[in-house]
Design a protein around this ligand. Sequence first.
Ligand code: GDP
Length: 473
Amino acid sequence: ELAQRMAERAVDLVKFFMKQGQMMKPGDVIDADTAELVASEFGHTVKRVSESDVEEGMFNIEDKAEDLKSRPPVVTIMGHVDHGKTSLLDAFRNANVASGEAGGITQHIGAYQVEQNGQKITFLDTPGHAAFTAMRARGAQATDVAILVVAADDSVMPQTIESISHAKAAGVPIIVAINKIDKPTADPTKVRTQLLQHDVFVESLGGEILDVEVSATKKLNLDKLLEAVLLQSEILDLKSNPDRTAEGVVIEAKLDKGRGPVGTVLVQTGTLKVGDIIVAGSEWGRVRALVNDRGEQIKEATPSTPVEVLGLQGPPQAGDRFAVVENEARAREISEYRQRLARDKAVARQAGQRGSLEQMMSQLQTSGLKQFPLVIKGDVQGSVEAIVAALDKLGTDEVQARIVHAGAGAITESDVSLAETSGAVIIGFNVRANKQARAAADHIGIEVRYYNIIYDLIDDIKQAMSGLLSPER
Ligand code: GDP
């Protein structure tokens, strides 16, 4: 790579190293100091690029107050499993399609917009706090308002409490949606008093947190809930400058068979336009097309608009920041720099793993630590990250999940062979194994398990892991 970047022949570099008494072959890794030395020996001028050089001019343009305009709020729906997060998301989406223009079938792109009283609201389409946390872990904050769903026929549950903590930690205001009020066993008052114990003091009890009784399936009070969101965002006074180059965050990314790498981004400031050159994480590209949540091509996307971006060189990661840069050379420079950084980190991690593998072996002998190897494939990067984060938390001193590989896409033969060499079980979340992979897995006897609810997946692994635990004395 160094030879290539200097426009020299690799063989000349190898010769140079040989003269220095070092045997090197293409693909070997050298450190930055050596590279600098070699480059100057070959008569090149070296300019060291650091992250601060790269980031300069990105993400830190100050906007003048008079340039700021109101933007729609971005909402995440959180709450315990089965309390109705997905039903609410579906209800809002479908209501919007029905009232929208003809043929407007919403596409799943990871986020969508609805209108209430002529004002827009953006919903992130991945329910639950796991995805929210995974995004935050990457330094991205996309959410302005969290809707906390609690089923009125149930009570405040563990994931309700977790959701409250996550929203609070992120400083995101909560609106409580007391769901399933159509049920005869519904007891909204009980939910409100239970929430008090977790410092969620709702308006109808005299507190400040907005609460709305709804039914997602019977479509009761959904407009009231949307109005509460608008009220809350008025209080937040959400603004950004639409008249500048766009910046924002990647919500989802995938490799589409027909369309190539596709990233769904949420524009947070500025306006993203077809033809713009963007860098997203360590990927870049010229925006070939922008597709909205109704599958329509649009020319530009304003703040808080979720949009699919076509034209990237590769799929970025959920949670990556994106920004428009001035030209292709700059985009390449930043993306190459970041890819190099990521590679270096991967190399370091691998080196570290060899060490920790040895440590692990000795630990195994002394303390009986057991590992549960897994290969995880999911439909989108966001859910994969959420699953990995949740599995990491399951580990105890005695047994831990070891994620051999995690990624987005169908289960392939390569996953099966990876599982074979590592003795892993394959987990498919909203994805299936392709034909060849299925045949290979059957042939070798690799277990492939499918899920479409994260909670079920985690619960199963937990059970399996506890089976690995030594019996209680
Ligand atoms: P999630 O796990 O939080 O996403 O919950 P779901 O949206 O999948 O809902 C779980 C179950 O509750 C499903 O069977 C829904 O049909 C049902 N459900 C959701 N909202 C309501 C509601 O308002 N009323 C009633 N009766 N059932 C509901």
